[in-house]
Design a binder for this molecule. Structure first.
Ligand code: SAM
Length: 281
């Protein structure tokens, strides 16, 4: 029997709180405007642009999908509205309450099934999923727990199934060093020692590697095919553009243009990555 470690308990408490009393109004709007919402999100938002690479949008219909760390359940709902049979887990039970509300208020072809509690205790049958998805999920796990989740992913995927994880990318030591000194909404600069310390105590991210090398190496333990698509080497500059309209215009251009840059530049300067694992061992 597994029991939750300190980091898992911290994540659970943080997200139970964040998603309590969550209104599904904005998710319902997205579902009711599915095609135009996805067109826009994929063109301008890093997580959607990354996760939906290689036409995922048109490959989900009729497929059995498991989402780990479903959070506010927006992506689980979108995949379900695109015709997938979705199973979703989150360590926060609050996500299950969001799914209940979604199933009540939207007519999905297959209602979303919530798997409550510690996913590592699941009793799901092996080799049954076409896709296993995680959106900003793996980097919330410590490395030993991540290994167990990836082992489980390899077990649950069909032979020709595919796992996709959208995660941050930290491949450049210098950029990583300076990023802690630049404040972002919700995170003070490291120059402000006390506020930074206070923030760190509450932060649900464990100290661990977010590098592409790490996810390549750990992936090869469980999968024959590992692919990393790095994203954001140009898009990262959108943060200095103040006017919203110009920001979105720049991001549309950046996502297209950075594809033309050499792989080594993209890898070093990217902010995010899509990790694709296939062919479970
Ligand atoms: C950054 S949020 C991402 C949520 C959602 N996927 C999204 O894209 O908005 C990370 C999620 O992972 C969940 N999580 C963290 N550790 C977990 C664990 N051990 N098992 C399941 N879920 C976990 C958190 O509760 C949280 O909902």
């Amino acid at each position: 029997m597994t029991s939750l470690d300190k980091n898992q308990i911290k994540n659970k408490n943080h997200y139970e709180d964040l998603y309590s009393d969550f209104s599904i109004k904005s998710i319902l709007w997205k579902l009711n405007n599915l095609e135009s919402y996805l067109d826009d999100a994929i063109a301008t938002d890093t997580s959607w642009n990354a996760l939906y690479q290689k036409d995922l949008r048109n490959r989900l219909k009729g497929k059995k999908v498991l989402e780990m760390g479903c959070g506010d359940c927006t992506n689980a709902a979108i995949m379900s509205a695109l015709g997938a049979e979705v199973y979703a887990n989150d360590i926060a039970d609050a996500s299950g309450l969001i799914i209940n509300k979604l199933n009540e208020q939207y007519n999905f072809r297959f209602p979303i099934k919530f798997i409550k509690g510690d996913f590592l205790k699941n009793d799901l049958k092996a080799k049954q999923f076409d896709f296993v998805i995680g959106k900003a999920f793996l980097h919330h796990l410590t490395i030993p727990i991540e290994k167990k989740f990836l082992q489980e992913t390899a077990k649950l995927l069909k032979k020709d199934g595919e796992a996709r994880f959208f995660e941050p990318a930290v491949n450049n030591k210098f950029l990583d060093f300076i990023r802690w000194y630049i404040p972002v909404p919700g995170r003070p600069s490291k120059f402000r020692k006390n506020s930074f310390k206070e923030w760190k105590l509450k932060d649900p991210h464990p100290d661990r590697s977010f590098s592409s090398n790490h996810w390549e190496l750990v992936g090869r333990e469980f999968f024959k095919q590992v692919e990393i698509i790095t994203i954001g080497s140009l898009e990262r500059f959108s943060r200095i553009i103040k006017k919203k309209e110009n920001k979105w215009k720049f991001r549309r251009w950046a996502f297209k243009s950075e594809k033309k840059l050499p792989k080594t530049i993209n890898r070093s300067f990217s902010r995010s990555q899509l990790i694709i694992y296939k062919n479970p061992i």
